[in-house]
Design a protein around this ligand. Structure first.
Ligand code: LFR
Length: 480
């Protein structure tokens, strides 16, 4: 069984990947078998434009990637042990009688504003937080569902499935809600890790549309015969629940051998925080807007969403549309020499939707009495500097609010390749930053599958030791 292939389908906000993993007791190796774009679409819906995920394109990308992985496994004469799917949180498909009834909305669609008002009119945030422990973000599933309810979009709907759950259902015919991702809905009781019937009913949402929960490591089902054929597998393959919330999988793959670390899972968003044994549901924590999300093996991901690389990618898109495309690698190099860059509030709600990002950032800098960036390199420096400043504040707050202390910071995900960001984070926090792995999410996904297949055994610490033993890491010491 040591030579078995474990396949991760990892869907991110800008691209999807199918990754073949091989795991032994002291190594994890990943090979990307395919990568496809995740390009959201905006369509007119009678009164407003609406932003959706092009979900069928993503599913096609996953199927084609699975076909390639299966072909490669056969050529290498190894068996495919299982498949695990993860993606971003909060979004979902609506189904009736097993059929998807509408195109899933993108969390950056602005209909959520109405949903927040509708939810808080029935249950103020303090009451929601006491049960779900979730930071207030307008993108949370609960607010999207309230917007759907008001718009009549839940009529006839008997089931909702978050994105990985939807893919698992299309692969196996089995409907389940995986717990780590379910914790991003706002409908889960974070202490019991069960759906909160009182919360759901007070909001007037149909409890019956919530699927049975599954926890990471459980087998959901096996590939449907039609899917087995489609991907060219010789026989059906089990589909396993992983930390299907990408951040939960990323946290599994933090290459730490001790427990006193903070992490930054750095992609489109930066998820900044700590791993805890129990949620922090105090009023101070709620006011600081910290979230308690469910992690693999009953851990709590105590963290904050920071706007992240979204700010950079939106600026790059803007320059490209303006006919002045920029290369990020050279911009970052140039940004190293910019001094006195403006520091602005990266978490400002106006920066959340897609739109004219440089203008919005300039407004934030102006508001803060800071110099307004003018060149692309100045914008980049300002974004990176402001992200690092936000990380430092949030890590400090997370420690204070939870009574923890940390001696290092791990940065995993795409942002771990951004040397300027890593160095500025070390400088701002006064702590060493350990960068890598880049594909942390896929690694966490594959490791939980490997444990489920009996290839490795042990707790999350054991899985982390495997990552640490087989990944090239970069260390940044604080400089002042
Ligand atoms: C990161 C992430 C965050 C979640 C955001 C929206 O990819 O999953 O954890 O808050 O996307 O779902």
């Amino acid at each position: 069984p040591n030579e078995a292939m474990l396949i991760a389908v990892d869907l991110g906000a800008t691209s999807g990947r199918v990754i073949a993993g091989t795991v032994t007791a002291n190594s994890v190796e990943l090979r990307q078998t395919s990568r496809f774009a995740n390009a959201p679409v905006t369509i007119w819906e009678g009164t407003t434009p609406a932003r959706h995920w092009s979900i069928l394109d993503l599913y096609r990308g996953a199927i084609e990637g699975l076909r390639t992985a299966v072909r490669e496994a056969a050529a290498a004469n190894v068996s495919v042990a299982s498949i695990g799917v993860d993606s971003w949180g909060v979004d979902y498909g609506r189904l009736s009688n097993g059929r998807m009834r509408d195109i899933p909305y993108h969390y950056r669609d602005e209909r959520t504003t109405a949903g927040v008002a509708a939810a808080h009119a029935l249950m103020p945030h303090a009451e929601l937080y006491a049960i779900n422990g979730l930071q207030h973000l307008p993108i949370n599933t609960v607010y999207q569902l309230m917007a759907d309810l008001e718009a009549g979009n839940l009529e006839g709907i008997d089931s909702i499935l978050q994105i990985p759950d939807l893919f698992n259902y299309w692969l196996t015919g089995v409907q389940r809600a995986e717990t780590t991702n379910a914790s991003t809905t706002g409908l889960l009781d974070i202490r019991t890790r069960e759906w909160s019937r009182p919360l759901v009913e007070r909001l007037g949402l149909p409890f019956g549309m919530l699927p049975q929960l599954s926890t990471p490591g459980e087998t959901i089902g096996s590939l449907l015969p039609s899917v087995t054929d489609e991907i060219g597998a010789a026989s059906s393959v089990p589909v396993v629940s992983v930390g299907s919330h990408d951040t939960a999988s990323a946290v599994v793959a933090i290459p730490s051998t001790s427990h006193d670390f903070a992490y930054i899972s750095s992609g489109t968003w930066s998820l900044v925080g700590l791993e805890l044994d129990a949620p922090v549901l105090t009023e101070a924590s709620r006011k600081a807007n910290f979230t308690n999300e469910a992690g693999v093996d009953n851990t709590v991901r105590y963290l904050k969403n920071v706007m992240g690389m979204w700010l950079l990618s939106e600026c790059l898109g803007e320059w490209e549309r303006a006919g002045t495309p920029q290369d990020l690698v050279s911009l970052l190099r140039e940004a190293e020499t910019v001094s006195g860059a403006a520091v602005f509030d990266v978490d400002h709600p106006e920066l959340l939707p897609a739109g004219p990002m440089t203008r919005r950032i300039a407004a934030r800098c102006d508001e803060a009495g800071q110099p307004i960036p003018s060149t692309p390199a100045e914008f980049v420096r300002s974004i990176v500097e402001s992200l690092a400043a936000a990380y430092a504040v949030h890590i400090n707050d997370a420690c204070e609010l939870s009574g923890s202390s940390v001696s290092s910071i791990h940065i995993v995900g795409g942002g771990s390749q951004n040397a300027l960001l890593c160095q500025l984070t070390a400088n701002q926090t006064g702590l060493p930053v350990i960068a890598g792995p880049v594909e942390g999410t896929a690694m966490g996904n594959v490791l939980v599958q490997a444990r489920s297949a009996g290839i490795v055994s042990g707790d999350v610490e054991t899985l982390r030791a495997i990552v640490s033993a087989s990944t090239q890491l970069t260390r940044y010491e604080p400089q002042r």
